[in-house]
Write a protein of this length. Structure first.
Length: 186
């Protein structure tokens, strides 16, 4: 039984998304929700994110929405370093702050501001060791920031029971087609 699920994936610009209300976001959130509901029914208690823009904050919005029906579900945001939003634009900072306000637990892996990329590696290691499974929006056909977390989790999986569920672009396409079918006149 997976009690703690780490969720991550692409940053918005890696997906060509530059507004948080972009139509693609709806499908990404539906894909995340579709994965989460069976896990919640099987005992999932915590969703763990680092608060990165993109998939992680969209996942947080899904968790907040699901908490209405599953009040036992909790959201933890554990950033790689303090003030990770310092260089973000105002809209992204407001979005991030609104997500933080709805989280059940907030902390930082390294108790200092950004110094070097090693802080991301430490965060990835922490996420893998503190979770029972991972959900990643990642497609091996498209390189991007999730690659490092995926490779570390895959390596960890070689020595531990650690399910990794990928949401690929094919999965997203299937959700788009399902939604188009539902909204057609059939």
């Amino acid at each position: 039984m997976n009690k703690v699920l780490a969720i991550s994936g692409y940053k918005p610009f890696e997906l060509g998304i530059f507004q948080k209300d972009h139509p693609s976001v709806l499908f990404i959130k539906k894909a995340i929700k579709k994965e989460l509901i069976p896990m919640i029914d099987e005992g999932l208690e915590w969703v763990l994110i680092s608060g990165q823009l993109g998939v992680e904050l969209w996942a947080a919005e899904v968790v907040v929405e699901l908490k209405l029906d599953y009040p036992e579900l909790k959201l933890a945001i554990i950033t790689p370093f303090l003030d990770q939003e310092a260089s973000w634009n105002e809209n992204n900072k407001e979005w991030y702050e609104s997500i933080l306000a709805q989280a059940d637990f907030i902390d930082s892996v390294t108790k200092k501001g950004y110094e070097k990329p090693w802080q991301f590696r430490i965060k990835n290691q922490f996420f893998i060791e503190k979770s029972n499974a991972m959900l990643l929006l990642y497609d091996q056909e498209k390189e991007g920031s999730p690659k490092y977390l995926y490779e570390m989790a895959s390596h960890y999986q070689g020595h531990h029971t650690y399910p990794i569920r990928l949401i690929t672009f094919y999965d997203l396409q299937m959700i788009i087609e399902e939604e188009e079918f539902k909204s057609s006149d059939f």
